[in-house]
Design a binder for this molecule. Structure first.
Ligand SMILES: NC(=O)c1ccc[n+]([C@@H]2O[C@H](COP(=O)([O-])OP(=O)(O)OC[C@H]3O[C@@H](n4cnc5c(N)ncnc54)[C@H](O)[C@@H]3O)[C@@H](O)[C@H]2O)c1
Length: 248
């Protein structure tokens, strides 16, 4: 059986690097980033891509089954006009348009827990709850979720918005805020989650949550487990051995 062709945007970033390391054999990967100096995998196709350029996005999506759209300015403090608007908003629009035009099957969009952080801290956010961004980075991710709905609604694209929380490596004995512990997702769990987003039997528009199996979770994963078969391996509370500091 032939492997699925995946376009991974933002492939040189933290999550892209972990995904590629783990899944380079499983998929036929086209790695794309604005900075390809950090991409040296000779087993994969590498393309220089600035997602703000619509024509380049169209070329990058040619022959692709699934777009894993990770490219972004991932800083919660990013400037709106000079960075979030071109990269996260226009860039994400360009990718959805290109995926549709090239007849791709699916777009997996890296949203963020920052899209829902405006919900009170004592409320566990469910997958079907609306976005409530508390910063403009979160607003840009809420826009991406809206695009994911729109393109699933008006075309044959299946779309998955993944509200990724806090990708981190914790060591026993470290102290982190209660929020960061409840939002933790390990690299191996985020790789497994994104793989399920590509492979699970889905249609239409879907929202899933990216946290590990933490004893308390800022974002619920019941629906994510159900529709994707997501089975996280890690629990931040176990890793830290109870060294949770109260959130400031
Ligand atoms: N790491 C986390 O904890 C976390 C949490 C929530 C959401 N996310 C989201 O997941 C995705 C990946 O996160 P990450 O931690 O790997 O981020 P990262 O900053 O490590 O990687 C982002 C990549 O995007 C690339 N990029 C930036 N502008 C680009 C452009 N115009 N065209 C093409 N590529 C461009 C960068 O060169 C970089 O390699 C992002 O969309 C981020 O917002 C990450």
């Amino acid at each position: 059986m032939s492997k699925r062709k995946l376009l991974v945007t933002g492939a040189a970033g933290r999550i892209g690097t972990a995904f590629i390391r783990a899944q380079r054999e499983r998929f036929d990967l086209r790695l794309a980033d604005i900075d390809i100096s950090r991409l040296s995998d000779s087993t994969c196709e590498i393309v220089k891509l600035d997602v703000t350029d619509a024509a380049s996005c169209l070329r990058a999506c040619e022959g692709v089954d699934t777009v894993l759209h990770l490219a972004a300015d991932a800083s919660p403090h990013a400037d709106f006009t000079t960075s979030l608007l071109p990269t996260n908003i226009i860039g994400t629009y360009n990718l959805f348009v290109a995926a549709k035009a090239q007849g791709c099957r699916r777009v997996v969009f890296a949203s963020s827990a920052q899209a829902i952080e405006g919900h009170p801290l004592d409320v566990q956010v469910q997958e079907d709850m609306p976005t409530r961004p508390k910063n403009l980075y979160g607003v840009s991710k809420a826009f991406g979720e809206a695009l994911a709905f729109f393109f699933a609604h008006e075309s044959n694209l299946t779309t998955v918005a993944v509200r990724i929380a806090n990708v981190a490596e914790f060591q026993a004995g470290e102290r982190h805020s209660a929020r960061d512990v409840a939002a933790f997702i390990s690299e191996r769990d985020v790789v497994h989650l994104l793989t399920r987003c590509v492979e699970a039997d889905l249609s239409g528009y879907n929202v899933v949550h990216g946290v590990s199996d933490n004893r308390y979770k800022r974002l619920a994963i019941d629906q994510t487990r159900k529709i994707l078969g997501y089975e996280p391996a890690d629990d931040s509370f176990v890793i830290l051995e109870g060294s949770v500091e109260n959130a400031g």
